[in-house]
Design a protein around this ligand. Structure first.
Ligand code: ZN
Length: 79
């Protein structure tokens, strides 16, 4: 009998597997329920009290924007 193989669990999974680069930023898609009615009239519903907003968050510098176009050019604060 051989020694039992000890399988080491390689915990190298990134914290944010869905993160992707957008310019200098490493962003993840976020969604958040926002109270109120949707800003787009086409997506409002009668009696709507909250809507699901999608936005992007950079996990490097923490900036949050609604679309990639709104990202600052450089990632991170200029300290
Ligand atoms: Zn950034």
């Amino acid at each position: 009998m051989s020694d039992s193989d000890s399988y080491e669990i390689n915990a190298s999974a990134p914290n944010h597997p869905e993160a992707r680069y957008a310019g200098d930023h490493l962003v993840i898609d976020k969604t958040e329920w926002v109270p109120g009615k949707h800003p787009d009239p086409h997506r409002r519903r009668e009696g709507q009290t909250e809507y699901l907003e999608r936005y992007l968050r950079c996990i490097e510098c923490g900036v949050e924007v609604l679309s990639e176009r709104d990202l600052p050019v450089e990632c991170g604060d200029s300290r």
